[in-house]
Design a protein around this ligand. Structure first.
Ligand SMILES: [Zn+2]
Length: 454
């Protein structure tokens, strides 16, 4: 498991987030698929029904909150689904799972709203979703859908058997081959191509529990530890002396995007040209995000392949968690544009790198420490003298006490490795405790509910 801030274990200057003791992990298969014409019609109808449920659930919560100051719980709304029987059998044709999924999404939106209030941010009440803005259906339990035994057919209730493309079947087969048990399904649609030729692109994500891990031996030995420092110029510097910089193509994409955004700003809002540019920008962003993700995967694989213990800075990266502001792939409206694309992609890369390191470490049996990042760039890695003057410019580190000179990023990486080592020692002194395993949040369904809804 990858521990959240709350679940992690504090030892010395670090938090243990991956303890490398999992036998099985949760993994996702993500793939595009092409439904038949009839299946596509059904999928569109399914999304319309889910949207209706989402909006109805939101309406009820809005009224309850505005008129009575009350909060309605999802359990209550789940129970209402059964009343659709005989009234809206068309909605129930897809089973109750996707309808519950819509209610849970509404619940998440409300939770995010209350969180924003709690943190003193602009609350912004969750909005009703128009047809253009509701493109995802989710099944939080393995009912109303399944992967057929041939491992290349996805069955969805009310839609039918969807033949998966080869690459998807391979992904699914790999998960099943490692003992994976399919638990949740998400289906998303997106329009693609120029307007008069556009078609729908369908994607599915299947999450598997109980996927067996494949422990490997790090090339530098079991006890080897590496510290990694994020930077602005050098994206990642490691205590083993490597400096990794995100490749230029991302920068090129960035400049191209910035240009498109300036062009769009000059257009009449909602004009044909404005929309065209909008689509182009969305495409470019997706591309840049994919490139960043691929890069992060590669670097993480290298680091995890080499070392037994990994130490990274404990940073509050907005992109590490899904937030109301959106992610790079699906930005919240306009917020992203205001914050400079440059920093955004940089942050995304660092966030993704951290996540990828954790994910890879989890299945390779490594430990990951998130260490306190304060003063890592100002302290001397040789004598630990800490002074702002130690860093005369962005690239150089020059200790005013002992005279040690080094590249500033490498010095910081060495400090991070030191903190990781201290944390590791403290942890071992404490008896090397395991991370607490979290319980599933999914609610088991009773038989009576099944029969009532069927
Ligand atoms: Zn020094």
């Amino acid at each position: 498991m990858i521990a959240s801030r709350r679940q992690s274990l504090k030892h010395g200057p670090g938090r243990l987030v991956v303890d490398g003791r999992d036998q099985t992990v949760t993994r996702k298969a993500q793939f595009a698929f092409r439904p038949s014409r009839r299946q596509e019609r059904e999928l569109h109808t399914l999304l319309r029904v889910c949207r209706e449920v989402y909006n109805a659930a939101l309406q009820e919560r809005r009224d309850a909150y505005r008129l009575a100051g009350e909060t309605i719980r999802w359990q209550h709304q789940f129970n209402q689904i059964k009343h659709l029987k005989g009234v809206r059998d068309d909605a129930l044709a897809y089973g109750i799972q996707p309808l519950r999924g819509a209610i849970m999404r509404c619940d998440e939106a409300m939770q995010a709203f209350f969180d924003r209030i709690k943190h003193g941010e602009t609350p912004g009440f969750p909005r009703f979703k128009g047809a253009q803005r509701f493109n995802t259906a989710c099944w939080d339990e393995p009912t109303s859908w399944k992967l057929r035994d041939d491992r290349r057919t996805l069955y969805i209730q009310g839609v039918g058997d969807i033949r998966l493309p080869k690459s998807a079947a391979r992904q699914v087969g790999r998960m099943l081959g490692k003992g994976g048990r399919p638990v949740t399904l998400t289906v998303t649609r997106r329009r693609s191509g120029p307007r008069h030729l556009s078609r729908w692109v369908w994607r599915a994500t299947v999450a598997f529990n109980d996927v067996a891990v494949e422990p490997t031996t790090p090339s530098e030995g079991e006890g080897s530890l590496v510290g990694a420092d994020r930077g602005i110029k050098v994206t990642l510097a490691t205590s083993s002396g490597e400096m990794l910089t995100m490749p230029r193509y991302v920068a090129a994409q960035r400049e191209h995007l910035a240009e498109l955004e300036r062009a769009q700003a000059r257009c009449v809002k909602f004009s044909r040209e404005w929309k065209r540019l909008g689509r182009q920008i969305a495409r470019g962003r997706r591309k840049a995000a994919n490139q960043v993700d691929n890069w992060a995967r590669e670097q993480a694989a290298t680091l995890v392949g080499g070392f037994g213990i990994l130490a990274v800075e404990d940073l509050e990266l907005r992109n590490m968690t899904r937030s109301a502001r959106g992610t790079v792939e699906e930005p919240g409206s306009k917020v992203a544009q205001k914050q400079g694309l440059n920093r955004e992609l940089q942050d995304a890369a660092l966030g993704k790198l951290t996540i990828r390191i954790c994910v890879k470490a989890e299945s390779a049996g490594r430990r990951v420490w998130m260490v306190n990042p304060s003063n890592t760039s100002r302290a001397c890695s040789q004598c630990s003298h800490t002074d702002r003057a130690n860093r005369p410019d962005q690239a150089t580190f020059s200790c005013t006490a002992c005279g040690y000179e080094a590249n500033a990023d490498l010095n910081a990486a060495a400090n991070i490795a030191d903190r990781g080592r201290t944390a590791e020692t403290d942890w071992k002194v404490a008896g090397a405790p395991s991370l607490p395993r979290r319980k599933s949040r999914r609610r088991p369904r009773t038989d009576t509910e099944l029969t009532q809804a069927a």
